[in-house]
Design a binder for this molecule. Structure first.
Ligand SMILES: C[S@@+](CC[C@H](N)C(=O)[O-])C[C@H]1O[C@@H](n2cnc3c(N)ncnc32)[C@H](O)[C@@H]1O
Length: 456
């Protein structure tokens, strides 16, 4: 590439291929251009950004021509395509695209000779999310207050999420009621640059199995909430399918844009909801992690159970155990389960949930997997690993393999780091036996991968 002259050049290009996670590839004058977003088959406008070793990194500017794969064009607005980049595809095509991307990635990494068991659909294609974190702001400078999501690629502007079909109508009802209430009161929203203003976020969680709803309003301390009025607005909502179980007010004066609490006030009811998966109960509090697709999680954990097999085990480890969902699912077929998780609150929740389900053979350890494994003097038959997107720490993976179990079940939300980690398992005498994909997030490029790794 002739350096500066072409540095910010804008070209029109056809998307020839897609790689995980939803990166598009096109060819321009014999050179590969790779950029985020887009759908295979589209013609798009792309700007050159950076020269990489064997390709040029680009930035997608706009779609010029739709892809033949986009058979669902009328339904979606520009807003929807922010949170729903695969919104214009039919679900079957979306699943195929995800499958292709993951398999291509594995092929590129030369991981082969395993059984591929296909991709499982999400049980609900729509309204599958059990949690939404809405933000207060305006759609344009000086406009009325809006409660919704950030517009695609924008730091400030918020889009109303009317018509968002990733959630059911209870979410929409609650969001609109809260938005209109504060609009009428002319309340201010928190400006992230100036750190001024009152309203920050509204987090709504709904347990799909029980219909219980938890509403958490997050504000700064720069104004006062009339909690009586606010409760009245929410509790007089007539058309809810579920039931509001708790309403909380979180006060957060932190400068970052994340939802956290300086102070947490329970305004009404209980500070948790109960979700049920595979016959087990899970208490979910405002800040605890829980898979965002309840029925999808049930299917994901069924795949984990299928890969583990039904025969009785002595000791099983559940590494990166979160709120202990997997550990509790394994509990009936093991003498002993050890769960390790770095977030203490998640471990507290895991212990609570274990009691709720009358299980007594699980030990939960609150620590970094990298450190905790040094202090365990047990020999596991099986290790289940469900790490965050970054995969397993390079030092931790060596220590985990040193336990020398016959099998590992690895659940991954990022096939890129899974492929990297599988290389290490291969070098240490293990092989990938089988793999199944589970679509937990329809309309988005994300996909969960479950693999069984066995000693060679
Ligand atoms: C994908 S989630 C696993 C969720 C879990 N299986 C569940 O169902 O709740 C990954 C978890 O790894 C935890 N984690 C991240 N880094 C860790 C580390 N170094 N050691 C232990 N846990 C860690 C995160 O807090 C998170 O709960």
């Amino acid at each position: 590439m002739k350096k500066l002259r072409r540095k910010k050049k804008i070209i029109e290009i056809k998307i020839e291929d897609a790689i995980f996670p939803n990166k598009s590839i096109g060819i321009y004058e014999g050179e590969k251009i790779i950029f985020k977003g887009g759908i295979k088959g589209q013609t798009v406008k792309v700007q050159f950004k950076k020269r990489k070793k064997d390709y040029i990194e680009g930035k997608l500017l706009e779609t010029i021509e739709n892809s033949p794969l986009e058979k669902n064009l009328t339904k979606y607005t520009e807003y929807d395509l922010g949170p729903c980049p695969y919104g214009t595809l039919l679900y079957e095509d979306e699943l195929q695209l995800k499958e292709e991307q993951v398999l291509k990635l594995f092929e590129k990494e030369n991981i082969k000779d395993f059984k591929f068991l296909g991709i499982e659909k999400s049980p609900n294609e729509f309204a599958y999310r059990n949690k939404m974190e809405y933000t207060f702001g305006d759609a344009f400078k000086g406009g009325p207050i809006v409660l919704g999501l950030h517009k695609k690629g924008r730091f400030y502007e918020i889009a109303d999420t009317d018509g968002c079909d990733l959630v059911d109508e209870d979410f929409t009802n609650i969001r609109k009621t809260v938005m209109n209430y504060f609009r009428d009161k002319n309340s201010s929203f928190y400006n992230k640059r100036k750190h001024e203003g009152f309203l920050r976020h509204l987090v709504v969680r709904k347990a799909h199995s029980t219909g219980q709803i938890l509403v958490n309003l997050v504000t700064s301390s720069q104004d006062n909430l009339n909690s009586k009025e606010f409760l009245n607005e929410l509790l007089s909502l007539k058309d809810l399918k579920g039931k509001i179980q708790g309403i909380l007010h979180t006060i957060n004066d932190g400068l970052g844009d994340t939802v956290k609490a300086d102070e947490l006030l329970l305004l009404y009811g209980k500070d948790y909801i109960v979700e049920e998966i595979l016959g087990l109960k899970f208490n979910i509090s405002p800040f605890s992690f829980f898979q965002t697709n309840t029925w999808g999680a049930e299917k994901l954990y069924s795949i984990v159970r299928e890969f583990i097999g039904g025969e009785k085990k002595d000791v099983v480890f559940d590494l990166y155990s979160g709120t202990g969902t997997i550990a509790q699912i394994i509990s009936p077929i093991a003498k002993e389960v050890v769960g390790i998780e770095i977030v203490e609150e998640a471990v507290d929740k895991a212990k609570e949930n274990m009691k709720l389900n009358n299980l007594d053979n699980i030990e939960f350890i609150a620590d970094d997997v990298l450190k905790a494994v040094d202090n365990i003097d047990k020999k596991p038959d099986l290790i289940v690993i469900d790490p965050p997107r970054e995969g397993i720490h390079p030092k931790a993976i060596e220590k985990i393999i040193d336990f020398d179990p016959d099998r590992f079940v690895y659940v991954s939300c990022n096939p890129v780091t899974l492929a990297r980690d599988l290389k290490v398992f291969e070098e240490r005498g293990y092989k990938l036996d089988k793999m199944k994909l589970m679509d937990m997030f329809p309309r988005t490029p994300h996909v969960e991968t479950v693999v069984l790794i066995e000693r060679r």
